[in-house]
Design a protein around this ligand. Sequence first.
Ligand SMILES: Cc1cc2nc3c(=O)[nH]c(=O)nc-3n(C[C@H](O)[C@H](O)[C@H](O)COP(=O)(O)OP(=O)(O)OC[C@H]3O[C@@H](n4cnc5c(N)ncnc54)[C@H](O)[C@@H]3O)c2cc1C
Length: 477
Amino acid sequence: MSVTLVESSTVPPIGVGEGTWPTMRNTLAKIGITETQFIQSCDAAFKQGARFVGWVDGSPNDGYYHPLNPPVGAAELNLSPHWEAASASFADSVDFQAALCTAGLAPKDITSAEFRGVANYAYHLDAGKFAMVLREHSVNKLGVRHVVGDVMRIHQAQNGDITSVELADGQTLAGDLFVDCSGFAALLIGGVYKVPFQRCGDTLFIDRALAMQVPYPEPEAPITCHTVSTAQDAGWIWDIGLWTRRGIGYVYSSSHTSDDEAEATLRRYVGPAADALTPRKIAIQSGHREWFWQNNCVAVGLSAGFLEPLEASALLLIEISMDNIADRLPRTRGAMEVVARQFNETFQHHWKRIIEFLKLHYVLTQRTDTAFWRDNVLPSSIPESLQERLELWRVHPPGPHDFSHAREVFSWPSYQYILHGMRFRTRYAELAHVAREMTDAKRLLARAAQQRKEALQKMPPHRELLKKIRTYGLQAV
Ligand SMILES: Cc1cc2nc3c(=O)[nH]c(=O)nc-3n(C[C@H](O)[C@H](O)[C@H](O)COP(=O)(O)OP(=O)(O)OC[C@H]3O[C@@H](n4cnc5c(N)ncnc54)[C@H](O)[C@@H]3O)c2cc1C
């Protein structure tokens, strides 16, 4: 089998997308890029989750964590009904990772093996550098043929299959399976097959982004070890710490603010460092293709769809799409029909669930200060299945049985962190079984407190660890 990558010399990659999910560790290991190499060449830093600032009521202390560690003893007991007795937030009561984030400490130390940590983690990375590393690695180590050229024409067989793509220089590239990774252009899935685009702007209102690359005020400035997502009048600002700079951007709803106001908001957030910078403007269409695999073409990445980057679900979807395609690469054209149908069912499920999970971040807000936040809690904007689950979760904490799909993208601990972080009102305390579980719950909460104490003593500052990795490297697995 051979793989050819066609890349335009005139259309650059989108160049944003700097927050990942922990799956990236497996992806890198699987394709043979070491963690040391990745950190050194992509300006990468560790990400231990997200902190949502100002999402509940916008008051000065409003902020909560969605860490990547599951609650302590998650397989033994659901701690959702028990943490309220503790004096701290849910994330701080049931695990130690939020404390590491607050203290600016790393999820591993220099003696940890590659891709292993004391806490679960993902990465922040420089998207432009990562694209280059992937390209070079694919060509030099994995035998991918790289062709630079603009796809101008598509040739199809009578059954609609794509037989070849023709480039501007007249070169024709034939193939059995075509992966549409042409970004928002969606050259094949949209251009050739006209697969309808299912918008979800009625649920997720964000449709614009302004992005800046902001230098640190001094070379030794601490590097935040989580994504900070700060609520604004008409959207939210992401703030991602890399080795050499921060990636900061405002994603907003153009129905709720103007581009000029949005830019002023972003500049206020960044402060004086923004004076020397011009933000990049990106229009976003929130939604996805109704199906992703048609004939012998499968859409991956922005060509398949895009949702606001609240939980770094886009790179994650690319990773699981590629895993799925590699694992189930059809051995015959006949087998492709079944594989395609299964792929479409799986990814329709993923997109639906991700939309619901992202909307969950908004629906419990108590903010009423702007139309953006008021509109976000209108029942007409909330998918019925999410409304149903919210009712259920008032009496049954989210748990593994809520998520029947074998490979759920976001699992129940993530839902718990958002619900409790957003101060979801539950009736758990009134329910009889809660009292019976009290002894076990106290034991687990005490374990989490002990782990927190140890981790705070043991883990190194984030920048210090990155410096060591860049100088000495990590141990091979
Ligand atoms: C504002 C914003 C913030 C984001 N933040 C995150 C995040 O934090 N985490 C996350 O997981 N994701 C994030 N994403 C999504 C992430 O950036 C993308 O999923 C990722 O970069 C993959 O993009 P892509 O490869 O599908 O498209 P692109 O990067 O746009 O690449 C498209 C490629 O197609 C080629 N091409 C186009 N037309 C032709 C043609 N005619 N002929 C030949 N080649 C062609 C181009 O040369 C280019 O290389 C964000 C996206 C946006 C817009």
